[in-house]
Design a protein around this ligand. Structure first.
Ligand code: R5P
Length: 310
């Protein structure tokens, strides 16, 4: 069994390898002067089970192409089985057309993955629950919610309320609420542009409660900031706990989130950043989750027995 990493999140790949007590198989990724990716892998992969860890986090398109090329390289070396560990899957937000003239982007991306020699793709907390339905390649979704909920469980006041910052996060919020034994509320959000959202009414009892705002991902931080504004308008306590699986922290996210009255900002390490965030992040590693997934894939164990696959 081999574990390979693209360049998107080598620290996470190293942590998974350590958990599995194996060495990472060598890969090289460089760029031609015109920007094309050039990848190569240790060619000693014949008949091996190969796992390739590569989130398609920013730069999204470059990391996606790198993943496709790594899969092809491993296949041409004779790998018996190739599985992609894609802890953060970009484009999953674009799972439907919200206006005429748009593509269904995640369909295009999953079709691309399906053209490769991949046997399956493992993702963590994808934006859409219906990824399996649109993807032409076998996708299995793990969740970091149990680990994230455990990370905040001892610190959340008894009178807290779990808040979905938009309708799409309600299932996720319900997962946290069940684990933390708290009620749920949600904020009606309207996305005006990629970096602009408008929060509407808050549905649920939040007055005088400590909000625990949960989401699958934080990109610019606009959704979280708008939700917190709406919660304050609805009478919630000032301080807020924010929990999200994927910390993309794009654009002005550090400034936007840094200006908020955050008690804790808890995320995972699915996304690596070129420059460290200035934010005080509590990071929960998904390395144990991924390592156990790989172990079970190798031994024929069932993934659905794991809490992280519910
Ligand atoms: C969208 O519905 C997602 O679940 C997130 O709420 C959104 O992508 C976060 O983006 P941003 O941080 O830029 O508002």
């Amino acid at each position: 069994m081999r574990l390979l990493a693209g360049s998107a999140n080598r620290p996470l790949a190293a942590a998974v390898a350590e958990q599995l007590d194996i060495d990472l198989t060598a890969t090289e990724v460089s760029r031609f002067p015109d920007g094309e990716a050039a990848v190569s892998v240790d060619p000693d992969l014949r008949d091996e089970h190969v796992h390739i860890l590569q989130p398609t986090s920013p730069p999204v398109d470059a990391n996606l192409v790198e993943l496709l090329l790594l899969v092809d390289a491993a296949a041409r070396c004779g790998a018996a089985r190739i599985i992609a560990l894609v802890p953060y899957l970009g484009y999953a937000r674009q799972d439907r057309r919200t206006e005429p003239g748009q593509p269904v982007s995640i369909r295009v991306i999953s079709d691309l993955l399906a053209t490769t020699a991949l046997e399956r793709v493992i993702v963590i907390d994808p934006h859409t629950r219906y990824l399996e339905a649109v993807a032409g390649v076998a996708v299995e979704s793990a969740t970091a919610v149990p680990d994230l909920a455990q990370a905040v469980a001892d610190d959340v006041p008894d009178d807290a309320v779990v808040v979905a910052p938009d309708l799409g996060a309600i299932d996720l919020a319900q997962g946290y609420a069940t684990r933390l034994q708290l009620p749920v509320a949600y904020v009606n959000k309207e996305r005006l542009a990629g970096d602009e959202v408008r929060a509407g009414e808050v549905v649920g009892a939040v007055a005088d409660r400590h909000p625990v705002v949960v989401d699958d991902m934080i990109s610019t931080g606009g959704t979280i900031a708008a939700a917190i504004d709406a919660l304050h308008d609805a009478g919630s306590r000032e301080e807020v706990t924010v929990v999200a699986t994927h910390a993309l922290l794009a654009g002005d996210a550090d400034e936007t989130l840094g200006a908020l009255p955050l008690r804790r900002l808890v995320v995972t390490d699915t996304v690596a950043r070129a420059t460290p965030s200035a934010l005080d992040l509590d990071v929960v590693s998904v390395a144990p989750l991924l390592a156990e997934t790989v172990r079970r894939l190798e031994t024929g164990g069932r993934l659905d027995e794991l809490e992280t696959f519910h």
